[in-house]
Write a protein that binds this ligand. Structure first.
Ligand SMILES: [Zn+2]
Length: 178
């Protein structure tokens, strides 16, 4: 299982590495007699205007650059139209995945270490639950939001596994105090 041992940070990094590949795959396209390429896409933090249709404000901004270095900030509808590809949907999906991973970060870290402990025979889990937990981890690593039931099972194992450690620490503390 490639997801075990990964933490939320690794997963975010892997996701962000899909951007250059996608941008490259869009390739070059023609606009007003010039050849352009997509160079960036970001969520606007200030009001911006589409350099193609003049729509204002645009919230998702694609940056395109021509061979002679002219840069244009372009809104969703226009970038999809002039590239003739679903650029805006790809970045919308990307941002949603990123949001989900950030939200599930603790659960990814916890579940990953629960399953690593299981694989090292350090922690007992029924084979039925192992399958469920693995599936949940893969889903979360892929940027999907698991169902409530899946999340509850994961959180149950994560807190259950943390329990003995807490007890050990208490035990240790008691020994030190004595
Ligand atoms: Zn536009």
């Amino acid at each position: 299982m490639g997801q075990i041992g990964k933490n939320g940070y690794d997963v975010l990094l892997a996701l962000s590495r899909t951007i250059p590949g996608f941008i490259g795959s869009v390739g070059s396209f023609q606009y007003e007699g010039k050849t352009y390429r997509l160079v960036d896409n970001f969520a606007a933090s200030q009001y911006m205007k589409c350099g193609v249709c003049g729509n204002y404000p645009i919230f998702d901004v694609s940056v395109i650059r021509s061979e002679d270095g002219e840069r244009l900030n372009v809104g969703n509808g226009c970038v999809d139209r002039i590239t003739n590809q679903n650029v805006s949907i790809w970045f919308k999906t990307y941002r949603k995945k990123r949001e989900n991973i950030i939200e599930n970060r603790k659960c990814i870290d916890g579940l990953s270490s629960v399953l690593a402990a299981y694989e090292q025979n350090d922690f007992k889990i029924s084979s039925e639950d192992v399958e469920k937990l693995r599936k949940t981890l893969v889903q979360m690593c892929n940027g999907l939001d698991p169902r409530t039931k899946q999340k509850q099972l994961a959180e149950c194992y994560i807190s259950y596994r943390a329990e003995p450690i807490r007890d050990q620490q208490k035990e240790l503390k008691r020994k030190i105090e004595v």
